[in-house]
Design a protein around this ligand. Structure first.
Ligand SMILES: [Zn+2]
Ligand SMILES: [Zn+2]
Length: 275
């Protein structure tokens, strides 16, 4: 199984760290987790066609994780996708997908009629909403989904993927929570989000003290993520979803290592990890 980080950023714009999204590939399956800003450009850089993606999973419906959804669908149509989309996400995903598709429906009808492409299967979208806990199978990839704690977001999930006895866990956006520590146990790779303390010091009119406090409190901080990874007994910890997107990498590594016991991998866009 391979994990490729398509976007390691957050809502802040950074041309080196696109919006959150990841690609997981096995011998048979290609899965996307989230579709943050720039996902289609990153897939293009990897020479992976969106026509061949088997499923898209949303961790939650914060805009940084979902904003390029329509771009993904449209580009898959341009890439001659001849199968419907299979989408999994939290409660509210059906409504989200139908609203987005609806917003562009007039433009799309005109385009489909005028461009007369060979297939419009890319616009057939089958959405399955998660329960609190469950399993999905996509070809040779097993996926367990579980709730994480990203309150006030009501429905947020992490995923544990298994293939050929290897395990990859993706935290999604979460503060430290029991479910993650339970379902990430003994991961070969734990891909975890992080809020880096001490890197956003300045407040201004748009970013008050309360903003910083609130953003920090629904994420996992740099002084917590190593402890979480240690508790999960994961072999490797890969960090992503950096808040902020620019920071002192050595300082972050040092802080996390002091809790995890091993150097974490600082994720970068287009980094591929074989699991
Ligand atoms: Zn996020
Ligand atoms: Zn979020």
């Amino acid at each position: 199984m391979k994990l490729t980080l398509l976007g390691t950023g957050c809502p802040s714009v950074d041309h080196k760290r696109f919006g959150p999204s990841n690609l997981i590939t096995t011998n048979k399956a290609k899965i996307l987790v989230d579709c943050g800003s720039g996902i289609t450009q990153r897939l293009h850089q990897l020479k992976v066609s969106s026509a061949n993606i088997d499923a898209l999973l949303f961790t939650h419906l914060h805009s940084d994780h979902a904003v390029d959804f329509y771009q993904l669908i449209i580009s898959s149509w341009h890439s001659y996708r001849i199968k419907p989309w299979k989408i999994y996400g939290p409660k509210g995903t059906k409504k989200f997908v139908s609203k987005i598709m609806d917003a562009w429906s007039d433009e799309r009808k005109l385009r489909i009629a005028y461009e007369a492409r060979a297939s419009d299967k890319a616009f057939q979208i089958d959405v399955t909403e998660f329960k609190t806990l469950g399993d999905i199978k996509v070809k040779d990839l097993k996926i367990k989904y579980f709730e994480v704690d990203h309150k006030p977001v009501k429905y947020a999930y992490g995923f544990a993927f298994t293939n050929t006895n290897r395990k990859l866990t993706i935290s999604g956006d979460t503060k430290p929570c029991e479910n993650l520590m339970k379902y990430a146990q003994k991961s070969d790779v734990l891909l975890h989000e992080v809020f880096i303390e001490g890197e956003i010091l300045k407040t201004n009119k748009m970013r008050t003290k309360k903003t910083l406090h609130n953003v920090k409190s629904y994420h996992t901080t740099s002084s917590q993520v190593g402890k979480v990874a240690f508790i999960t007994q994961s072999k490797k910890l890969v960090l992503t979803h950096f808040v902020p997107t620019q920071f002192n990498k050595n300082r972050l590594k040092k802080v996390v290592k002091s809790d995890f016991g091993k150097d974490p991998i600082i994720g970068e866009d287009l980094m591929t990890i074989t699991i």
